[in-house]
Design a protein around this ligand. Structure first.
Ligand code: GLN
Length: 250
């Protein structure tokens, strides 16, 4: 019997403008379909984040909101304790950037400190990355049977001006086939360091890519979960992958 899972959605009023709260819905649904009890806490600025959760989710947002979120999360320290004990901290776009060491905001590119949970830093890129992105997940640390073939493909919608460089302690999450991703010379996307994971695609990304959702759940629980065959989701994924590849050929 798998123990109950506690998920925390962090600061929707700051990091909630791209619909990434759908990632929480996907995780709770996938647990429910497997008969695993779960609780979802939506924590807003001013609320203490629960200290006992298995997964913390951060979404996309604007520069000002990123700065406020870092200040509040640094003051209260829950995410740092969570990362230390191996709970999953998953950030999308602005949420990804603030998990890093530094990021820039505003027209003057002011350098702001991040939470320092991922060894990545973000600076304004040469262009704004806007559009569909297609990446291939790398074999992830500790994964004994990594995803292969089309199962390892991730689709989503990216919309960011910041480009992210990985330091020595962070590993790329995926390689970019179409789109910009981190915007680095090696064409990688996202980063992972222990149980802290960041990625650019919205969608919500876990709705489009259930295998990534299960990877997060399995990392949080420390064991494998039974697969959930959903032919209709596989069909939708194939359609999206085909559309992105066709449209990128112009
Ligand atoms: N403000 C950040 C950027 O433009 C993040 C945007 C987002 O979360 N989509 O890089």
């Amino acid at each position: 019997m798998t123990r109950p899972v506690h998920i925390v959605l962090v600061y929707q009023s700051l990091l909630g403008i791209y619909g990434d709260r759908g990632n929480a819905t996907v995780l709770t649904k996938r647990l429910q379909w497997r008969g695993i009890e779960n609780t979802l806490t939506v924590a807003e600025p001013g609320d203490p984040l629960p200290d006992d959760a298995d997964l913390y989710l951060l979404g996309g947002g604007e520069d000002g909101a990123q700065t406020t979120a870092v200040r509040l999360l640094t003051e209260e320290g829950t995410l740092h304790r969570a990362a230390e004990r191996g709970s999953v901290v998953f950030g999308v776009c602005a949420g990804y950037q603030i998990l890093g060491t530094t990021f820039t905001v505003g027209e003057m590119d002011r350098v702001m400190p991040g939470l320092g949970l991922l060894d990545v830093s973000t600076r304004r890129g040469t262009t704004r990355a806007v559009g569909e992105v297609l990446t291939r997940l790398r074999p992830l640390p500790g994964d004994v049977s990594p995803l292969a073939g089309d199962d390892a493909l991730v689709t989503g919608f990216e919309n960011h001006g910041g480009f992210t460089t990985l330091g020595a302690d962070a590993l790329p999450l995926a390689d970019v086939e179409i789109g910009i991703g981190n915007g680095d010379a090696t064409r990688t996307e996202g980063a992972i360091q222990g149980s802290v994971i960041g990625t650019y695609p919205h969608g919500p990304v876990l709705a489009r890519n259930p295998a990534l959702a299960d990877f997060l759940l399995e990392t949080a629980l420390g064991h494998r979960l039974d697969p959930l065959p959903r032919p209709e989701i596989d069909k939708l994924r194939q359609e999206r992958i085909g559309t992105i590849r066709r449209s990128s050929r112009g």
